[in-house]
Design a protein around this ligand. Structure first.
Ligand code: PNS
Length: 164
């Protein structure tokens, strides 16, 4: 079975992430969305919240599993029998970091390869940190995240929107 991992922080998941997940799920027999629990950082959403939000948003994709992980991504990949890591590339500014991560992971484990899917232009500007920033000021994030994520993100900032 051709199994891949799509790892990230997903704090929160955006339409850009969802686009990559849907396309990767077509390419691989099974896709595991790996949600990093990074104890050194304080995320907006806890790891359990992020896992549940992603499961809820992806309900219809039967070959996609959502799991959390701590520690090295290559260990998580090998524990789950996945030989491929999928990452989205939004723009050339992502490239240095992504290449370094792919090369590091390849040195750490020669059993794991990274492939990149190009983010569509309409989401090239989009990041979870932008979503958090705009939401924190009560700005409209409806074009960035699905409605359920929009509502939960505003709630985190104590913002109540009239039409939610
Ligand atoms: O969504 P992000 O924050 O850009 O994703 C980065 C992520 C979570 C994929 C990466 O930081 C990760 O997997 N870290 C776990 C620790 C690890 O394996 N580090 C070595 C690779 S540089």
């Amino acid at each position: 079975m051709n199994k891949a991992i799509y790892p990230g922080s997903f704090d929160p998941i955006t339409y850009g992430h969802i686009d990559i997940i849907e396309r990767a799920a077509e390419i691989f027999d099974e896709l595991i969305v790996g949600v990093l629990e990074n104890r050194a950082k304080t995320p907006l959403f806890s790891v359990d919240e992020r896992v549940n939000i992603i499961k809820d948003v992806l309900g219809q994709l039967t070959n996609v599993k959502v799991l959390s992980y701590e520690g090295l991504l290559v260990d998580f990949a090998s524990q789950n029998g996945a030989g491929v890591i999928v990452r989205g590339l939004r723009a050339v500014t992502d490239f240095d970091y992504e290449l370094q991560m792919a090369q590091t992971n390849r040195v750490l484990s020669s059993g794991v390869d990274t492939i990149f899917l190009a983010t569509p232009l309409k989401y090239a500007y989009l990041s979870s940190s932008t979503v958090r920033e705009v939401a924190s000021y009560g700005g409209d994030i409806g074009k960035f995240v699905p409605p359920s994520v929009e509502k939960l993100t505003y709630e985190k900032f104590g913002i109540i929107k009239g039409n939610q």
